[in-house]
Each structure stands twice: as structure tokens, then as C-alpha cells.
Design a protein around this ligand. Structure first.
Ligand code: G4P
Length: 535
């Protein structure tokens, strides 16, 4: 198969949701359709039910370096579909943000009863920034929930996206009878007691309905439901413009599906539409130029590093998304940041619960590279060209603590541990300009415990935290050198450097941030380190 054909075969996406909306369940059902797993329950939830470090460590240990659930690939209708898993716990949202840089599209799962929740809002905002095409799946229709029209309005308003329903529910909760697929013009009946187990639906459950006015509709769902369905579908067709694939591809319009993941219901309709419309691997920007997947020469970037928690095996896996050309095992590639050639004798691919050594991989694929500390998040590999993929931002952390060495004999171990954990993207380290004290910034509070635990168990170092009053860290830039110099001189006590030496303003409160912005209008304050992306 040619490179072009390999690329056209691939669809790489992520599923995002607020915890408990049904992401793990949906992932599992998709894998069942693809035949990648045979039984329900095979996908381990990576969700931490309680926010304690021991829970987190237990799950990490159980996952170990196999990290089989980080990337799940399956074949469906001759396509190779790669699902990139994202952590369920919101304290690890930054990991999810970064994974979203490696996908070409996303499916957003929303609980019909809970509607749009905070985590969904944040994650969709990241997709919107990147114009990532999104399909929405409204889940748990077997339970009572919000009125579909009201929910769709809420989605448009809170997520800031335009939507177009491509399926519509018949009833809900106790009266749920199925969904009507506007995309395929089919009525799919819900039979809660005859659950399709292996991704197959019995023939009599899917009925073609090119014309909903057919009196046959009553026979299947009864008079009342038929009248309601006709009326609601009519309204959908009136209110929403026809589905436009280009608008979806441009990240402007999101098709909406309804279903019940746990009952494997409405999932096939979602998957079939996904396979039809979701983008194949897209071009990606580097600082130097745009990289197109069909280029002959290989290039890729590291978007995630997973450490082995087992102290006997200290290696890590760096996850590399292939952006162009063909990646081959045992071939020398350039590690651009380090300026050295590296070859990989056992790059790994992940097929649901199995992992395999790969000889070749193509754009859209993700390979796991065993690493002994060479990689940082965002690193680029090429066949020799100097490229730096952009768009892998660090996000402004929301929690801050000073970190101090609690064991003077282990200063070196502490320094090494902190650097490595930061390379993995566990948290961000800032060094204050005024006194060189180190501050750890995280998205969630759980990371502080995880860092302390891992420093002790993996590096033999002990750290102590001290509170600091801080509201936000934002990266600062300025085109006017004199204005910047003045800002730096006046605000020195509030400035720090991030791991790459970029200047960061540490605001004690939202008011302090506002004042700084007002007093220094020429200085730009960025809430991600990817300065091109965010205001
Ligand atoms: P997450 O990964 O998004 O956090 O959610 P997950 O799939 O783990 O689902 C959260 C809970 O919602 C699970 O129940 C799951 O069984 C349930 N669920 C998923 N889809 C549906 C659905 O379509 N209808 C209904 N009624 N429930 C659904 P749990 O009790 O937390 O876990 P479990 O013990 O059932 O595994």
C-alpha cells in the first residue's frame, strides 16, 4: 500500500468528557465494534474515584509500563482507527490538553442528565483553539435527562460551538424507545433486554425510514411517540441548516448523536458517521514550516511521557505521534533538540490490550519509544531536517507551592527528580528571579502528593512544600524593548523563569493581574506558553 493509501486509512481521535459521563464505556463499545476486544470490561478505567495519592499510585502501578490503554487501535470498515486515551481525573487535565494536540478530531461525551459540565467546557475550549473537528455524543438516554432541545442549546452556549443533530431520541428514561438517525434515515429500536453484545444489532432493530410520515412508524413506536418524533424531527430540520461536512472539518459545526453507551446503543450510528466524516491525518505546523503527512520524509513529536512506576524498571515510554512519512524500526532519526541521532530497536504499538513491536508506522499512528531520559514533551524527531512542532503548550497552572529540599544529603537526587518529572509534564517548575526559590505549579492539587511520592520512591529524595499566595502564572512578552525593561525592573519580585528560561509573571490575585495589565499596556500576558495561541 502506498503512503497516501496508508494515510487515507487512518483516523486518530480522542474522546473527552467530564468524569463519569461515559468515556470509558464508550471507548470499550467502540473497541467491541472493531473486534479489538471480545468482552465488556476489558478496558480498564483509568479513573480515580477518590482523589488520594494512594489510589492514584495503585492505578499507575496496575497500569505499569504496559500503558496498554494509552493508545487503542482497531480496524473498522477498512479504516485503522487510533483512539488516544485521556486521563479521567481532572487534576490531570494538562495531560489531556497535550494529548489533544496529537489527535485529528474528538468525540465529546455528555451525560443527558448532567448536561455540559466544567471539565467538558475546558477541554472543548482547547479543541476550539485548535479548530479540532468535534462530534458530540449525548449519553445515558436510558435514564431521565434534560429535554434534547434545551440540552442542545446549552451545548451551543456553554461550549461555544454550533451543532447539528444527526440522530434524535424517541423518548427517554422509562419511555426510551430508540433513536432516529437523520444521517442514515433509519429508526434504531432500543431493546434493553436483548442487548447486542459484540457490536452487532439484530436486523429487526434497525428499520429504514426514508419518509417519517409512513404509517409504519406507529406500528413500531406507538401513536404518541410517532407524532412527537415527526414533530421534533421537523423542528430540527427547520431550525438547523443541513449538515455541512466542510464546516465540521473546519471545527465550526458539530454533529450530535444520542444513545446509551452502556447498552451499546446508538454507538454504531456514531461510529459509522465518524468513519465517513472524521478527518484523516492533518498537516501540522512547525516553527519552520507546515508539515504535510504525505511528505516522503518521516517526522513526529512527543506528546506524552509515561514513567514506569516500578522502581526495578526505571525506563519510561515516550509517545510519538507520526506527522509525515514512514517511521521505521532500527533506523537512525534526528532528535532535534539534542542534535543527535537515535534509533529504536523495539518501538511499540498498542492494539487495545496487546502491545506489539512495530516495524513501520504511518502518519496518524502513535508509537511508544523506550526512553532512558532523552525525551521531553514536545521533542521533535525527523530524518535530519531541523523542525520544531508547535502547539504543545504548557497551561497556566492554578495551584502553587514552594518546594524545598527536606533531606540535605539528597539535593542532587531532588534536582534530578524534579527535572525528570517536569520533562514528563507532571507539573511546571518556576524559579523566582528575586531569590531563586523554586515554585511548583500544577493544574490540580493531587499532583503535589504524586510528586512527593514519586520523588521519594523513584529518586530517593524528600521534598517539603510551603504555601504561597498565588493566583496565576502567565507568560509575558513585549515588542517594545524599553517598556519590557521597565516592566521587568518594576515587577522583579513577581517574576520567575520557567524550565525553558521564559519569563513568567506570578500574580497574587486576579486584581494584581488586572493592575499589572493596566499599568503595562504594552506587555502581553499569555495563559499558555504557546504564545501564538492565546490571549
Ligand atoms: P468516564 O470514563 O467518563 O468517567 O465514565 P464511565 O464510562 O466509567 O461511566 C461512568 C458510569 O456511568 C459507570 O457507572 C457506567 O456504567 C455508567 N454509564 C455509562 N454509560 C451509561 C449509559 O448509557 N446509561 C447508564 N444508565 N449508565 C451509563 P458506575 O456505576 O460508575 O461504574 P460501573 O460499576 O457500572 O462500571
Amino acid at each position: 500500500m502506498s503512503l497516501q493509501q496508508e494515510i487515507e486509512k487512518r483516523k486518530t481521535f480522542g474522546i473527552i468528557s467530564h468524569p463519569d459521563a461515559g468515556k470509558t464505556t464508550l471507548t470499550e463499545k467502540l473497541l467491541l465494534f472493531g473486534g479489538a476486544i471480545q468482552t465488556a470490561g476489558a478496558v480498564k478505567s483509568n479513573k480515580i474515584k477518590r482523589s488520594t495519592v494512594s489510589d492514584f499510585m495503585a492505578i499507575e502501578k496496575q497500569r505499569g509500563i504496559s500503558v496498554a490503554t494509552s493508545v487503542m487501535a482497531f480496524e473498522y470498515r477498512d479504516k485503522k482507527i487510533n483512539i488516544l486515551d485521556t486521563p479521567g481525573h481532572q487534576d490531570f487535565a494538562e495531560d489531556t490538553y497535550r494529548t489533544l494536540t496529537a489527535v485529528d478530531s474528538a468525540i465529546v461525551v455528555i451525560d443527558v442528565a448532567k448536561g455540559v459540565e466544567t471539565q467538558t467546557e475546558k477541554l472543548v475550549a482547547v479543541c476550539r483553539r485548535r479548530s479540532t473537528p468535534i462530534i458530540v455524543f449525548i449519553n445515558k438516554l436510558d435514564r431521565e435527562g434534560k429535554d434534547p432541545f434545551i440540552l442542545i442549546d446549552e451545548i451551543e452556549e456553554k461550549l461555544g460551538i454550533m451543532v447539528r443533530p444527526l440522530s434524535w431520541p424517541v423518548g427517554m428514561g422509562g419511555t426510551f424507545q430508540g433513536v432516529y438517525s437523520l444521517y442514515e434515515k433509519k429508526l434504531v429500536l432500543f431493546r434493553p433486554h436483548g442487548k447486542p453484545q459484540r457490536g452487532k444489532q439484530a436486523k429487526d432493530e434497525v428499520l429504514e425510514f426514508k419518509d417519517l410520515s409512513s404509517p409504519d412508524l406507529e406500528k413500531h413506536i406507538g401513536e404518541r411517540a410517532a407524532a412527537t418524533l415527526r414533530e421534533e424531527v421537523h423542528m430540527v430540520e427547520e431550525v438547523y441548516p443541513p449538515f455541512d461536512k466542510q464546516d465540521y472539518m473546519d471545527g465550526l459545526l458539530s454533529p450530535v448523536f444520542f444513545g446509551s453507551a452502556v447498552n451499546n446503543f446508538g454507538v454504531r450510528e456514531l461510529l459509522d458517521c465518524f468513519v465517513d466524516i472524521a478527518p484523516t491525518p492533518l498537516p501540522r505546523m512547525t516553527e519552520e514550516r507546515e508539515v504535510v503527512p504525505t511528505e516522503d520524509k518521516f517526522s513526529g513529536f512527543v506528546f506524552k511521557i509515561h514513567a514506569n512506576i516500578d522502581p526495578r524498571h526505571r525506563d519510561r515510554i515516550a509517545f510519538l505521534r507520526i506527522c509525515s512519512g514512514m517511521f521505521e524500526r532500527n533506523t537512525n532519526y534526528l532528535h532535534v533538540r539534542q542534535g543527535k541521532k537515535m534509533r529504536f530497536s523495539n518501538p511499540t504499538s498498542f492494539m487495545a490490550s496487546k502491545k506489539e513491536i512495530v516495524d513501520v508506522a504511518y502518519p496518524g499512528d502513535v508509537v511508544g519509544l523506550y526512553d532512558t531520559g532523552n525525551f521531553k514533551i514536545g521533542d521533535t524527531m525527523t530524518e535530519g531536517e531541523i523542525l520544531h512542532f508547535t502547539g504543545l503548550p504548557s497551561f497556566s497552572p492554578e495551584q502553587f507551592r514552594y518546594v524545598e529540599n527536606a533531606d540535605p544529603m539528597k539535593a542532587k537526587q531532588l534536582a534530578k527528580g524534579l527535572v525528570q518529572l517536569m520533562d514528563e509534564g507532571v507539573a511546571q517548575l518556576f524559579t523566582k528571579e528575586s531569590n531563586q526559590r523554586k515554585i511548583i505549579g500544577t493544574v490540580g492539587a493531587l499532583q503535589f502528593d504524586v510528586i512527593q511520592y514519586r520523588l521519594e520512591h523513584e529518586y530517593g529524595a524528600k521534598c517539603r512544600y510551603e504555601p504561597t499566595r498565588m493566583h496565576k502564572a502567565c507568560w509575558v512578552t513585549c515588542d517594545d524593548a524599553a517598556a519590557f525593561k521597565e516592566f521587568v525592573a518594576r515587577r522583579k519580585k513577581d517574576l520567575a523563569r520557567d524550565k525553558d528560561g521564559h519569563l513568567v509573571f506570578l500574580a497574587e490575585s486576579s486584581w494584581a493581574l488586572k493592575m499589572a495589565q493596566e499599568n503595562h499596556p504594552k506587555v502581553e500576558f499569555h495563559f499558555t506558553s504557546d504564545m501564538k495561541g492565546e490571549q
